[in-house]
Structure formats: C-alpha cells, structure tokens
Design a protein around this ligand. Structure first.
Ligand SMILES: [Zn+2]
Length: 192
C-alpha cells in the first residue's frame, strides 16, 4: 500500500512536470471543462466562411473578428491539406473511410477559452484543446505554449472530428496537416 502511494505521487508529479514544462510553471490551469459545461455555453457567434457556432470566454484577449477569422482560415487549411476534396468539404456532409458521416462545419460548436484548463480525459488532467465527439464541440485555448502560435490545438481537434482516433493510433495519417507551422511541438501531453 505504501509502495502504491509512492507510485501514485510519482505519477502525479510526472504528469504535472510534463505539462508545466510547456507552460508557465507558476500558473494553475483554469477550472475543469466537461462536455456538459461546453454544451451549456451560448454559441451566438458565427464564423464568416463556414458558419461554425462559436462561444468566446470573457477571458480571451484577442478581438472577436480575429478569433472567428483564425478558426475559418485554419479549418480551410486543414481540409485542403488532409482531403482530396479540400476546403469545400467543410460545407458538406463528408464520409470517413469507416462510413461515419461528418456533418458540415456549420454544425460544429467551438468554445474558445483563454488558457489551458483541467480536463477529465484518460491519461491527461490538463488540456489545451479537446474534441467532445458526443456533442460535436471543440474546446480550444487561446494560449498555453510560449513560443507557439495562438489556438495551437485547433487543427489537431479538427483532426479528431475528421477521423483521428481518440487514442491517436492513426495520428500519423494526420500529422502533416494538423501540425503548427510556427511550433514543432508534436503530440504533447495536454492535447486530446
Ligand atoms: Zn488528440
């Protein structure tokens, strides 16, 4: 039992270090975000191109139009890169190789938050982005990794919507299209 406790503490410490080494070690993550919390936000903003439904937390610094434009632009980049059909796919139902139908991006809700936050995901306790498949919502943090571009996990989470497994077994099929141009951070802990 004593041994188990030591192991537990060690595991927590390792997890903490893994996250904090990528972020400001002095700041705690923001409170927990669950699918229910994401689902309860008011999505009254709409991106100009794809019509994604967006909720921006009051703590986000960037102006609203800029946020909406970034989400649209990078979604188009991801689709152009990942699929033969390209960015047009965001306006249509699309079928994955396994037969799953993905509705247009106008069905997707995006909850934009300022910082990394606590999350309840296997193996991860702090997230910068999450795709909640059941409710078709992406939560994405504006910041979190010094030196990296804002909204770093956005394309990664879109990858999950368009067929990347939750456990990342097929991430190599997506990596070249979900990576960030200004930051080669790979599949760090904190993404889900
Ligand atoms: Zn992921």
């Amino acid at each position: 039992m004593k041994y188990l406790s030591v192991l537990f503490v060690l595991t927590i410490m390792l997890a903490t270090i893994s996250c904090d080494s990528l972020d400001n070690i002095d700041t705690d993550p923001d409170p927990l975000i669950t699918p229910e919390i994401a689902d309860s936000q008011t999505y009254d903003l709409v991106t100009p191109i794809y019509g994604m439904q967006v909720s921006i937390d009051s703590g986000v610094d960037r102006n609203t139009q800029d946020v909406l434009d970034i989400l649209d632009r990078r979604a188009a980049q991801f689709l152009d890169c990942q699929f033969i059909e390209g960015s047009q796919l965001g306006f249509e139902d699309s079928m994955l190789d396994n037969g799953t139908i993905i509705p247009p991006l106008s069905d997707l809700r995006v909850f934009v938050v300022p910082n990394r936050y606590r999350c309840d995901v296997p193996g991860v306790s702090v997230c910068n982005g999450t795709y909640f498949g059941g409710v078709d919502i992406v939560t994405v943090a504006e910041g979190g990794f010094p030196g990296c571009e804002v909204f770093l996990p956005w394309k990664h989470e879109l990858g999950h919507r368009y067929g990347m497994d939750a456990n990342h077994t097929n991430q190599s099929d997506f990596q070249s299209c979900i990576g960030a141009s200004s930051c080669d951070i790979g599949d760090v802990i904190g993404f889900d």
